[in-house]
Design a protein around this ligand. Sequence first.
Ligand code: FAD
Length: 416
Amino acid sequence: MSDYDAIIIGGGPAGSSSAALLAEMGHRVLLLEKTTFPRYHVGESLMPFCWFMLNRLGVTGKMDEIGFQQKKSVQFATTDGRISAPFYFFQHFDHPAATTWQVERADFDLMLLDNARAKGAEVRENTTALEFLKDGERVTGVRARSGDEDAFEVTATVTLDCTGRDALFQRKHGWRKRDPMLNKISIWTFFKGAKRDPGLDEGATTIAYLPEGGWFWNIPLRDDIVSSGIVAERDYLYRDTRDPAEIFAREIHNNAWIHDHLSAGEQFGQYWVTGEYSYRAEHCATDGLVLVGDAFAFLDPVFSSGVFLALKSGEMAADAVHAALEKGDTSASAFASYGEQLCSHIEVMRKLVYAFYDPEFSFGKLIRMHPDLRGKLTDCLIGNVEGQDYSDLAAAMAEIAELPAELDYGHVPAGV
Ligand SMILES: Cc1cc2nc3c(=O)[nH]c(=O)nc-3n(C[C@H](O)[C@H](O)[C@H](O)COP(=O)(O)OP(=O)(O)OC[C@H]3O[C@@H](n4cnc5c(N)ncnc54)[C@H](O)[C@@H]3O)c2cc1C
């Protein structure tokens, strides 16, 4: 008899959503989180279809109560400052999900972790999972440590690795495979008092282009704060300095819209840098273990898919684990369909990301060539990936851009 039905490592959106759902379904759940919440995390802009998972978790009311900045649209700015007509989600679908949010992740992740606790998951913060316990190839639990105390062992029928980009199992087993074309660098920071667009556009995410395929994100948050970041190729960013503040100051002059908006405000806090952009694990599961959220795969954040995929995979993993526990079979094969579906959702977004970086491609060009696909493109961009066939959209994009073949890994190990 294991100590728990499920151990969840990591209390980000993937971990706290799967913990809340499994606890709600009556399972004995332990969640280990290495930090103490609230803690800073990058990734503030949500996709509209996050609403459906947040609604199942029962927190949409809480989101409004906290008062996160509402996001009703996305817009694109050319290097000379021309802005596309904002793409309003409510023009595409009439549903509460058409208004989404820009969230300070410290508050958002705390809300989700508290929700997991309230649903009955036992949450231990300041507790780091150090390694996996195994019986042969089967994962049977973890060895962990709380603060400076002695390490302890805890067992579970199934373990969910939700450790984000730390990706504990991937790292320990050499399972990480990078997406060669999407290996960018990002530098980001915050501004107070920057220019905000008026009315409906106040909370819009703006993607502002830089030369050589780079781009800025501009994400307006509460309290007159803007999250601002650059994503670009290493050679482009580091061409004359490696100092993030100098690079940032230089690149602001390479997009007139960004210059106009940020120069009204004042930068504060540190500059953050991350590399090793997009990757996927060799497999999504092994006997007694499932990989969820960024601990499984990470995709370039240009379309704000990260939190959506973390919540979605958290929900899918919880349902798969629940079925496996009920059946009494938590071998890797119980997670085959989880892996198939998750990879297919990621592939839809991955094609869009490749198209975005292709110098020949623009959404305007695609829609002019295929006006009938506007709705499908929008569905893709808002996260409506479940049960959809996007092959016609992919074929149309492939007329303009070089799209990647689907990755043949990320599934359960062959032969299980
Ligand atoms: C530059 C950049 C910009 C981004 N912008 C966006 C955006 O605008 N919108 C968006 O949706 N996404 C964005 N993302 C992606 C988003 O941040 C992630 O996809 C999302 O946070 C994944 O959630 P998660 O729960 O899988 O992992 P995380 O949110 O990273 O949570 C993992 C948790 O596990 C804990 N942990 C790690 N190791 C251990 C351990 N050994 N033991 C115990 N706990 C552990 C960590 O402390 C952490 O709390 C961006 C990412 C980057 C890099």
